[in-house]
Ligand binder design. Structure first.
Ligand SMILES: [Zn+2]
Ligand SMILES: [Zn+2]
Length: 119
């Protein structure tokens, strides 16, 4: 039984035949007998692993990017709170489905937490 069968593989540069790992240090083409440093095979394996990790990391970054946009600072307006007369309110606007109704403005008082709409 040959141990080389369970080993890593790489294809021969010259004839395209799968190389056999003859020792932990060198691989050989069974057809044209070209030998190759086993370090090349190991390096390739590492490169594939890094690529997969990079894709995962990229996906993670894009998800975090969306979250940051949502948490962006809310706009403020010089308007008195109905409840406590605080002079500045946080507001968000939302376009309603019907064009006739137009835009609705949502106000939140940063002082007492009172919420009301205008639109
Ligand atoms: Zn070959
Ligand atoms: Zn208030």
């Amino acid at each position: 039984m040959e141990k080389s069968k369970e080993s890593s593989f790489l294809f021969c540069n010259l004839c395209g035949t799968m190389l056999l790992l003859k020792s932990p240090r060198h691989a050989e083409c069974p057809l044209c007998k070209t030998s190759r440093n086993a370090k090349d095979i190991v390096d390739k394996k590492i490169a594939y692993t890094v690529t997969t990790e990079d894709i995962r990391r990229e996906l993670g970054i894009s998800l975090f990017g969306e979250k940051t946009q949502e948490e962006a600072e809310l706009p403020k307006i010089k308007k008195a709170c109905e409840k406590c007369q605080h002079p500045e309110l946080v507001y968000t606007t939302r376009q309603t489905r019907s064009a006739d109704e137009g835009q609705t403005t949502y106000y939140t008082c940063p002082n007492c937490g009172h919420r009301f709409t205008e639109g």
